[in-house]
Design a protein around this ligand. Structure first.
Ligand code: SF4
Ligand code: SF4
Length: 333
């Protein structure tokens, strides 16, 4: 991984995120406001673009203030409060930088209505009249369309093509490349009865292949590598990244899972071992997934670390079942 001394961000006011959702409630394809249209086009062409959420706050966070040029016409105090109300709901500080996908994932989870944010039940004076569109239900309609209306999902035909090609590449390779923690997911899938063909990843095919050929070499790599993750709806090919999870932050916590697995096994990225020896080590060192690939989390739903596997106090019984089954299968092989 190369060091990035600096990186470009797209500056967005928090209210503009809501206005994009609101506009999509009004018009299925794109907002008519040119500034919002331009923002959405940039986000759609690069959904993992880092966005800096900047607003006009005083005191400690005044360093990131952006000026009032993008304020809407309802007045200075309303504009300030609306942005701060949104950041409060998102549990983000002014100036926070996150990939666009994760910001919208958080937004859709945290803000299902603009009531009390863009308009108030009681208008206390002209300065607090709020946005004229706050009560027309457009935001709520846009919200109901979900993340796919903002960031289109992967193309189904492309995923089918990638399934075929990545499987061929796996069978033709000298060593199957795989990120560490999904070696355990493959066990869980096996324990849960998943068998090829499986559309969303190549793990069931990999397990069947190594059961027949236990001396197959496996190389441990980082990221959502092509051979296993090629057809996955959550893979971003340009970044070799995984964007699974409730807010699209799976790449982050999946890397943590990978490192936990490497640490438990005493291995590093780049290690190549034969499949039987690797799984023997996994089964010896990792009898259960808790604290390893089911992260030990005590955190809020909006967190980028919120891993669904770690939420369950007794995670992944299918891993334990698959482990027992595969230990017997490898003993026969
Ligand atoms: S706990 Fe989650 S990451 Fe670990 S094997 Fe089960 S499904 Fe995979
Ligand atoms: S891209 Fe992510 S969710 Fe998909 S198979 Fe790879 S690690 Fe799993």
């Amino acid at each position: 991984m190369k060091c990035k001394p600096d990186y470009a961000t797209l500056t967005v006011r928090p209210y503009q995120l809501l206005c994009i959702v609101c506009a999509l409630g009004e018009n299925d394809s794109a907002p008519s406001d040119p500034r919002l249209k331009e923002l959405l086009e940039k986000i759609r062409s690069n959904p993992d673009l880092p966005i800096a959420l900047r607003c006009n706050t005083a005191d400690e966070f005044s360093y990131q203030a952006v000026g009032t040029q993008d304020d809407t016409g309802e007045g200075l105090e309303f504009n300030r409060k609306r942005d701060m109300d949104i950041l409060l709901q998102l549990d983000l500080a002014p100036g926070s930088i996150l990939p666009a996908r994760i910001i919208f994932g958080r937004l859709l989870k945290a803000i299902s209505s603009v009531s009390g944010i863009c308009g108030y039940a009681t208008v206390t004076s002209e300065a607090w009249h709020g946005c004229p569109r706050a009560k027309n239900g457009r935001y709520e309609k846009g919200h109901a369309k979900g993340i796919n209306a903002i960031i289109p999902p992967r193309d189904t035909e492309e995923m089918k093509r990638d399934k075929d090609t990545s499987i061929k590449d796996m069978f033709a390779s000298k060593a199957i490349k795989i990120r560490p923690h999904i070696l355990l997911c493959a066990v869980a899938q096996y324990g849960g009865g998943t068998r090829p063909p499986f559309a969303a990843d190549n793990l069931p095919e990999m397990i069947q292949h190594i059961l027949k050929n236990p001396d197959t070499s496996i190389t441990l790599v980082s990221g959502a590598d092509w051979m296993m993750c090629g057809p996955c709806p959550s893979r971003v090919a340009q970044l070799n990244a995984c964007v699974c999870g409730a807010i699209g932050s799976g790449g982050l916590y999946n890397e943590m899972k990978d490192l936990n697995v490497l640490q438990a096994l005493g291995l590093t990225y780049g290690t190549t071992m034969n499949a039987r020896a690797l799984y023997k080590l996994i089964f010896e060192r990792i009898p259960k997934t808790g604290g390893v690939c089911a992260l030990d989390i005590r955190i809020a739903q909006l967190s980028v670390w919120c891993d669904s596997c770690g939420k369950n106090p007794a995670p992944c019984p299918d891993y334990e079942k698959g482990r027992e089954m595969l230990m017997k299968e490898f003993a026969k092989a």
